[in-house]
Design a protein around this ligand. Structure first.
Ligand SMILES: [Zn+2]
Length: 234
């Protein structure tokens, strides 16, 4: 019987990922900004890109056809590697984005705690399903690159979505500001860029294509005027 490659593979991936995160200068400087209370969703997005890229790099180093049985990514391997690692990306990015939301709420005198989004298990499963469909892993190894960054960025976008919806339903007027970024920016990204007031937000405002570096931000809108209402929440 073949030996189970997953425990050692997962351990190597997690070890190298943790080392890379601890050494990453951009992540360190963003963490300082969070401690100082100067971080915004721009930093949350940058943080997510870094975390996603570090995981993608570690995947590239450790996961190849020649370490996989039959050169194929079997479901039971994909599931046991991608569930813990992608969930971990969710946890560390959601924590940072929620802390930034907390600080933004506080800075405008809003006595609300930031809402932490739950993990998008459907997205993890669709990555697992896609990667296990091919006979030869190397033919689809790109899925463990930019789509991993994209997944990690979506944690920040999901945090904004959860907070804007909650604040909007609570009677505030939060806005979503989407700015096109990239060189050059694509037509789709330019068409979706703008300032949207909840609930008049287009469905695609939280969507991204691979390598999309557009920035989605939360703007409190008229929240700062809601003094009386806010006090009830304190
Ligand atoms: Zn874009």
């Amino acid at each position: 019987m073949a030996i189970d490659i997953v425990p050692e593979l997962l351990e190597n991936i997690q070890r190298d990922f943790n080392t890379a995160i601890n050494r990453n200068k951009k992540i360190q400087s963003i963490q300082k900004m969070i401690e100082n209370g100067t971080a915004t969703y721009r930093e949350a997005n940058e943080y997510a890109v870094e975390v996603g890229q570090e995981l993608a790099k570690v995947f590239k180093k450790h996961i190849k056809s020649d370490v996989l049985p039959d050169g194929k990514m079997y479901y039971n391997i994909a599931e046991r590697i991608l569930n813990p690692t992608l969930s971990n990306n969710h946890v560390i990015v959601a924590r940072v984005a929620t802390e930034i939301q907390n600080q933004l709420n506080k800075s405008i005198g809003l006595g609300l705690k930031g809402i932490e989004p739950s993990v998008n298990q459907l997205r993890i499963e669709s990555i697992i399903n896609r990667i296990t469909q091919e006979e030869v892993f190397d033919d689809v190894s790109w899925i463990l690159q930019e789509p991993i960054v994209n997944f990690t960025q979506s944690v920040v976008d999901d945090t904004i979505k959860a907070n804007v919806e909650f604040q909007g339903e609570s009677g505030l007027s939060p806005q979503i500001v989407r700015t096109a970024h990239g060189n050059p920016t694509c037509d789709w990204c330019r068409s979706i860029a703008g300032v949207y007031k909840y609930p008049n937000t287009p469905a695609d405002v939280f969507k991204r294509h691979d390598r999309c570096r557009c920035i989605v931000e939360y703007n409190p809108g008229e929240a700062r005027k809601q003094d009386i209402w806010t006090k009830e929440w304190r």
